[in-house]
Design a protein around this ligand. Sequence first.
Ligand code: PAF
Length: 283
Amino acid sequence: MKLIHTIGDLRQALAEARAKGEKIGLVPTMGALHAGHASLVRRSVEENGLTVVSVFLNPTQFNDKKDLERYPRTLEADCALLEQVGADIVFAPSVEEMYPEPDTRRFSYPPVDMVMEGAFRPGHFNGVCQIVSKLFAAVEPDRAYFGEKDFQQIAVVRAMVKDLGFGVEIVPCPVVREESGLAMSSRNTLLTDEERAVAANIYAVLSKSRNFASTHTLAETRRYVVDALNAIVGLEVEYYSIVDGDTLQELAHWADSDNIVGCITVFCGSKPIRLIDHIRYKG
Ligand code: PAF
């Protein structure tokens, strides 16, 4: 496995693979890797001749400075895990390498980027598109792997790929969960053991809401989830939106779509840590 820090060196390493006709898979990450990331890398290794994993804590997608400051940085451990799961190249550039000049590009993909994370984290998806477009331009991957935990991010990246005409297939991969059901996230390491146990209620309540939904209206189901989670000390729901899985727009009735997903953001603990998850009701 090669550890590469510059776009020039990366292009050179990839040119050799491309000359041999190998397919290139890209797994973009911000580091602090866990079993969820490992599953993306394994999938890429299975499906491509060469797998690049980018490890770059992208400052432009953080609308909250504190969130960026406390985000775990663990490059050494990340490389050890990536070696184990068979990555070929770890691309870990500096901020100056990715942003030699401030990135003034503006990306806008309504309606998918206007709601939920787009509304609650202004500028977040613009930053995601800035870095992902730079990574796609540098790597020119055949396939790029994204975790479905960031459900809305996949829709925004797909819109960007269509807009800019990148020849990359976006491969969504299932959420990996801890034994407790908590969706794996780099931010989980910022939780105390107690908070982690409390956070497991997020998926427990979402799962129960699937049964509840079979005998209740969409509005009642939404309220059930919000009230059940807000009743637990240490949790506070920021939003719970039950949306069409393609347009990500809120629905009023179960009959309004065949593809229905509930997307949630919950603050957990005293710091607090912002956690996201989702559940599929239909489709
Ligand atoms: O999902 C993430 O970890 C990030 O948003 C990504 C796609 C690596 C871009 O920085």
